[in-house]
Structures are given as C-alpha cells and as structure tokens.
Design a protein around this ligand. Structure first.
Ligand code: ADP
Length: 576
C-alpha cells in the first residue's frame, strides 16, 4: 500500500541520512572544541568550530523538519488508504461474514486497530529509520575515534538484542489480548445500546454492567501487563547503559593517565555513546511497538484475507444485456450456507415471466429468504443456475444486476437522514420532483408533508416519529424511484399490524405493476393475485401452481391457506 509513496519515502530517507551526518559532524566538532578551545582556554580557537557547529545545527534542523513533516504526511496517507481499503473490502463481504462477526468488533477493527497501526506507522517508521541511521553513524564515529573502546561497548549489543526479543514476544501476546478485549468492549457497548429497551424493561442493567466489567477487566489486565513489560524493559536498558558508561569512563581514565588519550577524545567518545543510546533505546522500544501494532495488523488482515465470494465476472466473460425485461428462472438450484450442516435449497426450479407475480411460501426456515439472497446474488448457488432474461446472474456485472433487482427486505432499511435522502438514495441523481412523485405512488406524500420540515425532516430508525407502516412506505417510495424490472419482496408486511399492512398493500400493488415480482411471504392474502405460487418445505419445492389449482388439490398449500383463518391480514407468528 506504499506503492504511490515510494518517491517520498526516498526523499525522507535522504533527509534522515543528512540529519544524522550533520549530527555526527557536530559531535566531532565538540571534541575539537574541547581540545583546542576549552582545555587551552583560547577564545580564538573557539570561533571557527563554533560557527561551523551552528551552521550544521541549522542545516540539520531544516532537513529534519522537512523529513519529519513529509514522513507524517506519507504515513497518515497510508493509514487513510489502509482504512479505506479494509472498509471497502468489508462492504463486499457476504452476509455470513457479518453473522460471524459482531458489529462492535468490526467497528473496533476499523477505528481502534487502524489507530494502533497509525501510531506505529506515523511515529514508528520514521523514527526507526532515523534511529537506525543515527546509530550506524554514531557507532562508526565511535569506532573511528577508538575502536578498542568501542568494541568493549558493543560487546553488550547482543545482550540488549536478546532482552528485546524476549520482551517483544511477550508484549505481542499481551497486545493481541488487548486488541481483542477492545473489540469485545465495543461489542458489548454497541449491543447494549442497540437493545436498550430490553436492558431497561427486563432490569438487565446490572447484568449488562457486569458483562462490560468482565470485558473491561480483561482489557485492563492486558493493558497493565503491557505497560509493566514496557517499563521493565526501559529500566533494564537504562541499567545496561549505566554499566557501559562506567566501563568507558574507567578505561578512559586509565588511558588518559597513560597519556594515550586526550580528555577531548574521551568526551567526544562519551558524547557518541550518549547520542547512541537514545536511538538504540528507540529501536528496542520500536520493536515492542511493532509487535503491538502487529496484533492490530493481524486483525485487519484477517478481514482483508476473507475472500469476497461474490465478484464481477471476468471482463471478457461478462454478459451485457440491453433493456432487461425481467424474466427470472431458477433451475435445479442447490445451496448450502457456509458452515451449515444442511442444504438451504435443493433442486429448486421455478420461473417468473416478465411482469408476473410469483409467491414463494412455506414454513419458517423453508428457504424462502435464501431465494431472495440468491437472486440478488449475495451468494452463488452450489448447483444449478439462477438466470435473469436467460443470462446466469453470475455472468452479469454485479452492479448491473443489482440495478435490475430491487430488494425490499423485512426490516425497513432507513438511514439516519432526511426523508428526501432516504428516498433519493434509491437512484443516484433523482430530482426533487421525482422523489415527490415516488412518495405519492407509495402513499407517503401526505404524511411526509405533514412533518415539521416536510421532506427535509430528519428521521431516525429508532425514534417513534414515524410508524412502522410509514417507514415501510418510505422504503416503497425508494423502490419506486429505483424503477427496476425485477422486485424481490421479502415478507413486506410481516412486521406490520393488520391495519397498517392494509395501508401498505395499495402502494405495494402500484410498485409491483409492470414488474416481475418475487414475493416471499407466509401471509397468503395476495395469493389469488399471483400468477404462480411455489410452496417450499425444507429447501425443496413441494408444490407449484396457481392459487385455484393448489386449493383444489387440497394438499400442503390448501392446508397453509385455510390455516390462516378468515382475514387476509391475519399475521401469525412463524411456526418454527
Ligand atoms: P425462510 O426465509 O424460509 O425462513 P431461510 O431462507 O432464511 O428460510 O433459511 C433456510 C435455511 O437456511 C434455514 O434452515 C436456516 O436456518 C438456514 N440459514 C439461513 N441463513 C443462514 C446463514 N447465514 N448461515 C447458516 N444457515 C442459514
């Protein structure tokens, strides 16, 4: 994901190298100053090196500023792209992925985990490069000054390295636990807020608090352990450094007494050590930060590695249809949900000619919604084919297919936005007049104009400003605006009471007019209107035909129909 930024990364590296070079030169000047100006007490010998030093410092500052600003910019861009890529990928994933992951955990991955990586990338990457280069230069300079002394100091490097490695592994484990606990906390909070009525009405406040406390305790334990490990590491390194400094001063004192070294040399050497430690310490710290960020990265790659099961056909093999008439065919379709034990559909065959109404009915769990999922291509069937105007749906570009098939699911999909936006999102570029016309067709115009701000009133799926039936009519208006040749209605009235359902029937009929409609329902009041009724039982078609034919047979369908009682709007609970 750094592909577009390699040029900038090169510039950053060059600036980091220049800054480190300038710093190294400044330290050598410091040795010169000590031996020539300080020890001899000569002000004349001061000016030259002092001016050079100042010049170097200003140069180093300028270069470091440019490099670091550029680095922050590149890193933030990288993080932005990372988030966009994961977010985009999530949006293409099949419904079973969302069934397996709680929404809170996904939110945490897209926010908390991305942030954890941001810290690593933004401050980490630059400081790693700059520390590494500084450390290299300072050690080279130290070797150049006194290779034997430098060797003594570097004998300790493997020790530091081993210590960091041991720490990194343990911090990695803790960081993974912490990220997972973060996800669990967000899940609890999200779920609890989504079910606030349940929490309050069933006095589950304490239970919810306990649930949060349990996750929070896991998180706290992981965080504290992480902090303790980090601190222990820092302190161990400090003690090691002190040992180094004492060894150098001891050897230095002896060397000076033997007149094999000047104080200036020793000071410059110590200065290099002093300068060397922060980058070395940084590198160690970075190794730890890297392991922590890796835990976050793993959670993001887990998403990125989840394959998108439904993809566009390869460009050469895509079928292009002109105007779609809306012929829908299922032929010997078999399908099993990922991870399920049994097939959701077996050898299902039925067809709807353009403009026909086909009713799919059957008990709960019979596979009705699966028919809708396959037609909108949320999944591909394992066997057989689903065709639109004769073309297998998986040979059509996905966006094109979904333009042709409008899905109206059981739960009304309402955005937290204005009524206008809620309707106009049915079709990009719809004009206000078209929105109003769609609302009129859906019998929504009257109650919308009665709202305080009319079409600009903000609605909220959870708030009681609009009734379920009104929200459903807004969803119908959106479908009307979408104007697709094929309509899939998944239990459109199941969540409404009889009276409200009746109000929705007229708008639904208008929406269905002239479109192929696959209506999934166990409510058979529209059955006499249907051109064909398909009765499913455990994924198989047990009966198919018109209402009259099936009634006359007196088998499964007739039993279903008569069991619904007298009123066509008798909404019974699922039999499952
Ligand atoms: P209906 O709409 O008739 O109630 P569905 O089409 O929703 O039935 O489900 C058909 C079968 O597939 C059921 O046995 C159900 O338990 C199973 N099923 C539905 N969705 C999933 C899923 N995401 N993962 C696994 N099994 C599923």
């Amino acid at each position: 994901m750094t592909r577009g930024d390699r040029r900038w990364l090169a510039v950053i590296c060059v600036s980091v190298i220049l800054a480190a070079l300038a710093e190294t030169a400044a330290i050598l000047l410091f040795g010169d100053l000590t031996d020539n100006a300080l020890r001899r007490g000569s002000l004349d010998a001061f000016w030259g090196p002092a001016l050079e030093w100042l010049g170097l410092a200003v140069f180093a500052a300028g270069v470091a500023y440019t490099g670091n600003s550029l680095a922050a910019w590149t890193a933030e861009r990288f993080v932005m792209r990372l988030r966009a890529r994961v977010f985009g990928h999530v949006q293409d994933l099949p419904p079973d992925f969302f069934a397996r992951h709680s929404r809170g955990d996904l939110v945490e991955r897209l926010t908390g985990d991305v942030e954890a990586m941001e810290q690593m990338v933004v401050s980490g990457a630059v400081s790693a490069v700059s520390s590494l280069i500084s450390a290299l230069f300072f050690s080279a300079a130290a070797f150049w000054l006194r290779w034997d002394l430098a060797l003594v100091v570097f004998a300790l490097v493997p020790v530091v390295w081993l210590v960091s490695k041991a720490f990194a592994r343990r911090i990695g484990t803790v960081a993974r636990r912490e990220r997972a606990a973060d996800g669990a906390i967000t899940s609890v909070v999200e779920e609890s807020l989504a079910n606030i009525v349940l929490t309050q009405a069933y006095n589950r406040k304490d239970a919810e608090k306990r649930r949060l406390r349990r996750e929070a305790r896991g998180w706290m334990r992981a965080s504290v352990t992480g902090a303790r490990l980090g601190e222990l590491y820092t302190q161990l390194i400090e003690v090691t450094e002190t040992v180094c400094v004492l060894v150098v001063i001891g050897i230095g004192a002896w060397e000076i007494s033997q007149e094999r070294m000047t104080i200036g040399h020793l000071l410059a050497f110590s200065a290099f050590l002093g300068y060397l430690y922060p980058p070395v310490r940084n590198l160690g710290q970075l190794a730890l930060a890297l392991t922590a960020a890796t835990a976050a990265a793993e959670r993001l790659t887990e998403i990125l590695d989840t394959p998108v099961t439904v993809t566009d056909p390869p460009p050469g093999r895509a079928v292009r249809l002109g105007r779609v008439r809306g012929a829908v065919e299922f032929e010997n379709v078999g399908f099993r949900y990922p991870g399920a034990q049994e097939d959701a559909l077996t050898q299902l065959t039925f067809a709807a000619r353009p403009g026909e109404l086909v009713l799919i009915t059957g008990a709960s769990g019979a596979g009705k919604s699966t028919v809708a999922a396959l037609l909108s291509r949320f999944y591909d069937p394992a066997e057989g084919s689903v065709r639109l105007d004769g073309a297998p749906v998986n040979a059509l570009p996905l966006a094109f297919l979904r333009e042709q098939v409008t899905l109206l699911p059981q739960e009304t999909m309402i955005l937290r936005d204005t009524v206008r936006r809620n309707i106009s999102c049915g079709r990009i570029g719809a004009t206000d007049a078209e929105v109003v016309r769609a609302a009129e067709t859906a019998d929504a115009h009257l109650f919308v104009t009665a709202l305080p701000d009319g079409y600009d009133t903000s609605i909220d799926p959870g708030a009681a400003r609009l009734s379920g039936g009104q929200l459903q009519r807004i969803a119908i208006a959106r479908a009307v605006l979408r104007d697709a040749p094929v309509l899939v209605l998944d239990e459109p009235t199941a969540r409404l009471d009889a009276l409200t359902a009746r109000r929705v029937i007229q708008p639904l009929r208008r929406l269905m007019a002239g479109r192929t409609t696959i209506m999934i329902t166990h409510d058979l009041h529209l059955a006499p209107d249907a051109d064909r009724i398909v009765v499913l039982d455990r994924g198989r078609c047990v009966e198919a035909g018109t209402h009259e034919d099936l009634l006359a047979r007196g088998t499964a369908y007739a039993r279903l129909y008569t069991s619904q009682g007298t009123g066509p709007f008798d909404h019974r609970a699922d039999t499952r």
